[in-house]
Design a protein around this ligand. Structure first.
Ligand code: FAD
Length: 390
């Protein structure tokens, strides 16, 4: 049986976050986009209302919510501001490797302090010379007594400038590709860890993005997640859990773009009538609605599979690719409906258009999602009609 309805608790959560997004995020969206400041005040309010750290287990004082619940939260907040939402959600990304590969003791040691006060954990896989090809990462790890010594650089670390910890992945010296990759939680105040300046970006300005440098950085071996050299599956499972959420980010941004376009089309006149009366405009809006709904359904399926403990790698890639590619198209079409005014900073649509682009890039580009799906289709997919092919 299939049931698309939300539980009463999920409906309450959705309503609560919607109110939070309208009252606490939307009014400051432009301010943070202009200043590029980290939205600490907004995150403090979100933390106080239990809207951060959604997946942190109840046993350590977290909200204990699922990935579908997290999708409900971020769709609402991303509709108001994608950049603030990246900052809000990123603790879940940073925590996933710990929840997936860590022991109970590590979960308690690393994540419990983040439920007691507003603190941040980042996620650091990408490097200056590598993003898509995670198995090609080059930062090294060397076991030395009761320490693991790290060298190399991690690029694009979201919240790296404000986090007290990043979950990072380095390779044991002398290893190649998937073998040897090791997940490690690094205290930012460890000897040999340095943080670069915020990287200027086109959108998502309310998220802090930096490079982190490890120069003989010394971390206790108790901070290794799982076994040394066996971290690659932890990184991949992390993405399977977080990609549905990026789908939900895109749904929120696309839904807001669509709603702004509808409001503008009803008001703006051309050829002596509201532009909403032109079929060309109506069809663009209809396409937006079709694709927001389709993206949300794919996103919820991928999140639901993860919450059921199933392998959702493929559904997560499908959801991320569909929602983010259509999200970009919806933001672009919505801006088109605004005509010249869409290209100014008078309306939020130009900001959403800039913000939309990142969704197709981080946590695996649209091409990488297709690579994952294509490989699956040509190896593990079980065809119904194969036997009839001659
Ligand atoms: C604002 C921002 C925040 C980010 N936050 C984080 C973070 O917190 N932590 C983190 O670890 N990373 C983060 N990233 C990094 C992000 O995940 C990478 O940028 C992304 O995975 C792409 O990697 P790349 O930039 O190295 O591109 P590349 O891997 O160099 O790819 C360049 C182009 O080639 C394409 N390509 C690559 N391989 C293939 C292939 N096999 N087939 C077809 N096409 C291919 C890509 O799709 C892309 O179009 C962030 C990035 C940005 C911009």
């Amino acid at each position: 049986m299939i049931d698309f309805s939300l539980t009463d608790n999920q409906k309450k959560l959705q309503f609560k976050v919607r109110e939070f997004a309208i009252n606490e995020i939307l009014p400051v969206s432009r301010k943070y986009d202009k200043s590029g400041d980290f939205p600490l005040e907004v995150l403090q309010k979100a933390f106080d209302q239990g809207l951060m750290n959604s997946i942190f287990p109840k046993e350590i004082g977290g909200p204990g919510l699922g990935i579908l619940d997290t999708c409900l939260i971020v769709e609402e907040t991303a509709a108001a501001d994608p950049g603030i939402t990246t900052s809000l959600f990123d603790n879940c990304l940073g925590a996933e490797p710990v929840l997936i590969g860590g022991t109970e003791e590590q979960i308690e040691r690393f994540l419990k302090p983040l439920t007691e006060e507003l603190k941040f954990i980042a996620f650091a896989t990408s490097e200056p010379g590598m993003g898509s090809d995670v198995a090609g990462l080059t930062a090294t790890a060397r076991l030395e007594g009761d320490e693991i010594v790290l060298n190399g650089r991690k690029m694009w670390v979201t919240k790296g400038g404000v986090a007290s910890l990043p979950s990072t992945f380095c390779r044991l010296e002398g290893t190649n590709r998937h073998k040897g990759i090791t997940g490690i939680v690094v205290p930012m105040d460890a000897e040999g860890v340095r943080v670069g300046k915020p990287i200027p970006k086109m959108g998502h300005k309310a998220s802090n993005t930096v490079m982190i440098k490890f120069d003989e950085a010394r971390v206790p071996v108790e901070n290794i997640l799982g076994e040394p050299g066996k971290g690659f599956p932890i990184a991949m499972q992390t993405f399977a859990h977080t990609r549905p959420t990026i789908g939900a980010f895109a749904c929120g941004m696309a839904r807001a773009s669509m709603e702004y376009a509808i409001a503008y089309a009803k008001r703006r006149k051309a050829f002596e009538t509201e532009i909403a009366n032109f079929q060309a405009i109506q069809f663009m809006i209809a396409e937006m609605k079709i694709n927001v709904d389709a993206a949300r359904l794919l996103t919820w399926r991928a999140a639901w599979e993860a919450d059921q403990g199933r392998d959702n790698t493929i559904s997560a890639s499908i959801a991320k690719a569909y929602a983010t590619d259509h999200g970009m198209k919806i933001a672009s079409d919505a801006l088109q409906i605004f005509g010249g005014y869409g290209y100014t900073t008078n309306y939020l649509i130009e900001k959403l258009f800039r913000d939309a682009k990142l969704y197709q890039i981080y946590e695996g580009t649209s091409q990488i999602q297709r690579m994952v799906i294509g490989r699956h289709m040509l190896s593990k997919y079980n065809p119904v009609f194969e036997k009839t092919f001659t």
